[in-house]
Design a binder for this molecule. Structure first.
Ligand SMILES: *Cc1c(COP(=O)(O)O)cnc(C)c1O
Length: 381
C-alpha cells in the first residue's frame, strides 16, 4: 500500500462534476483573464475570510511581491521575516532590492518569534512579514503592537493558512495586507497557479489592482511600474467550486490531525515540545529532548481548533534520527517530506545575511518531518 503526501485525484473526485461544469462555463464564455469569474471569486473569498478587499493574482509569490511593493518597499529597505519559511517569503523582499532581516522561530509552533521581531526593528525597517507556517497562525498581538508603535506595515503570509485563526481573528485580516497562494498543495489549491491579496485599506487595494496590470488603471496609461500578475478565469472558476467545500475540507483535516496526534502519542510515545506556548520568547532556549524523542507539532494555547494543518510536521530529535524514521516509513510505503532542509539565512543567495543566532530554525531543518495526514502509523519506528 502506498500513502502519498498528497492525492489530488482523490481530493477532486467528489467535485468532478462541478469542476467540469466550471470548465465548460469558462470555455463557452470566451473570457479567459480577469473577467466575471475572477470578480465573483474575489467577492466570495472576501466574504469567506471577512476581508474588505480581495484581489486575485497570479500566485502566492507574486502576492507577496505586490504587497511589499504596495507599501513602498524598495532598494535599501529592510523587511523582517522568519528564516524558517518557504523561499518565496524572503525571495519577494530581495526581488524588490530590499534586504530580508531574519528572525528565529518558536518551538511551540515553528512560527516566527515576536521578541526577535521587536528587537530587530530599526530605522530601515519598512515592513514585517509574519508567516503563518504549516497552517497555524503566528502569535500576532505582540507583532501588531510593535508594528503599530513604529508605524510599520505588517504583511501576513497566509499561503499555508487560509481559514486559520488567532484568538478568533481570521488569518489575512489582522495585518495591513494578507497574501495567499492557491498552489495545488495548499488547502485551497487550484488546478494550476493562483494567489490573492487581502486588505482593509481601500487605497492599497486600488494600488494592487493597478500593479496587477502593469500599473495602469486605464489601459495604456501607466501610473506605476507593475507587471502581469493576473489570475486566470479558469482558475478562479475552479477555486469558486472548491471554496464552497472549504469549511468541510478543513474540518476533515482537523479530525485527521487529532487522530494522528493520538496515534503518535500511543504508538511512538510522542510528547509536546514545550509545556507552554513560547512564541513571545520568555523561555527561548531550545528544550533538550532525549535523542530519538518524537515531538508533536504544536504546544500553543491556540490549539488544534484554529490550525488548518496544511502540513502535519513532527520533530524527531537527535542526529540522524529523522532520516532513520523517514526510511522506516518509506519501507511501509508512507511518503514523507522535509519542510525545510535549509533555512533562509543558510541559502547561497542570501549569503550576505550570514551570522546571527538561529538555533531553533537550524534544529528544525535537521529534525522536522512532514507526515501524510491520512497515514496509519506502524507501531515501531
Ligand atoms: C507556497 C508558499 C508561497 C508561495 O506561493 P506560490 O503560489 O507557490 O507562489 C509563499 N509563502 C509560503 C509560506 C508558501 O508556503
Amino acid at each position: 500500500m502506498k500513502v502519498p503526501m498528497l492525492d489530488l485525484v482523490a481530493e477532486h473526485a467528489p467535485y468532478r462534476g462541478e469542476l467540469l461544469a466550471a470548465f465548460e462555463r469558462v470555455l463557452d464564455s470566451g473570457r479567459f483573464v480577469l473577467g466575471p469569474e475572477v470578480e465573483a471569486f474575489e467577492r466570495e473569498i472576501a466574504t469567506w475570510i471577512g476581508a474588505q478587499h480581495a484581489i486575485g493574482v497570479s500566485n502566492g509569490s507574486d502576492a507577496l511581491l505586490l504587497a511589499l511593493q504596495a507599501v513602498g518597499v524598495g532598494p535599501g529597505d529592510e523587511v523582517i521575516c522568519p528564516t524558517y519559511t518557504f523561499f518565496a517569503t524572503a525571495g519577494a523582499v530581495a526581488r524588490l532590492g530590499a534586504k530580508p532581516v531574519f528572525v528565529d522561530s518558536a518551538e511551540c509552533c515553528y512560527n516566527l518569534r515576536a521578541d526577535q521581531v521587536v528587537a530587530k526593528i530599526g530605522p530601515k525597517t519598512k515592513a514585517i512579514i509574519a508567516v503563518h507556517l504549516f497552517g497555524q497562525c503566528a502569535d500576532m498581538d505582540p507583532i501588531l503592537k510593535a508594528a503599530t508603535k513604529h508605524g510599520i506595515p505588517v504583511i501576513e503570509d497566509v499561503a499555508q493558512a487560509l481559514g486559520a485563526k488567532d484568538k478568533g481573528r481570521q488569518a489575512g485580516t489582522m495585518g495591513t495586507l494578507g497574501t495567499f497562494s492557491f498552489f495545488p498543495s495548499k488547502n485551497l489549491g487550484t488546478l494550476g497557479e493562483g494567489g490573492l491579496v487581502t486588505t482593509r485599506d481601500s487605497s492599497l487595494a486600488e494600488k494592487i489592482r493597478k500593479l496587477r496590470v502593469h500599473g495602469a488603471k486605464q489601459k495604456y496609461f501607466h501610473e506605476l511600474v507593475g507587471g502581469n500578475f493576473r489570475l486566470h478565469e479558469i482558475q478562479a472558476a475552479f477555486l469558486r467550486v472548491k471554496l464552497r467545500h472549504l469549511h468541510e475540507a478543513l474540518q476533515k483535516r482537523r479530525t485527521a490531525a487529532a487522530r494522528l496526534v493520538e496515534e503518535l502519542q500511543s504508538k511512538w510515545r510522542a510528547t509536546f515540545p514545550v509545556d507552554q506556548c513560547v512564541c513571545e520568547g520568555e523561555r527561548h532556549t531550545l528544550a533538550q529532548a532525549t535523542p530519538g524523542a518524537v515531538l508533536l507539532p504544536y504546544a500553543c494555547q491556540k490549539g488544534v481548533g484554529e490550525h488548518t494543518w496544511n502540513q502535519f510536521v513532527i520533530r524527531v530529535t537527535g542526529p540522524g534520527k529523522r532520516e532513520e524514521t523517514r526510511e522506516r516509513l518509506a519501507q511501509d510505503g508512507i511518503q514523507t517530506e522535509v519542510y525545510y532542509p535549509r533555512a533562509m539565512h543558510q541559502q547561497e543567495c542570501f549569503a550576505q545575511s550570514k551570522g546571527g543566532n538561529f538555533l531553533s530554525a537550524e534544529t528544525f531543518c535537521k529534525e522536522t518531518l512532514a507526515l501524510p495526514l491520512h497515514c496509519q502509523l506502524p507501531s515501531q519506528r
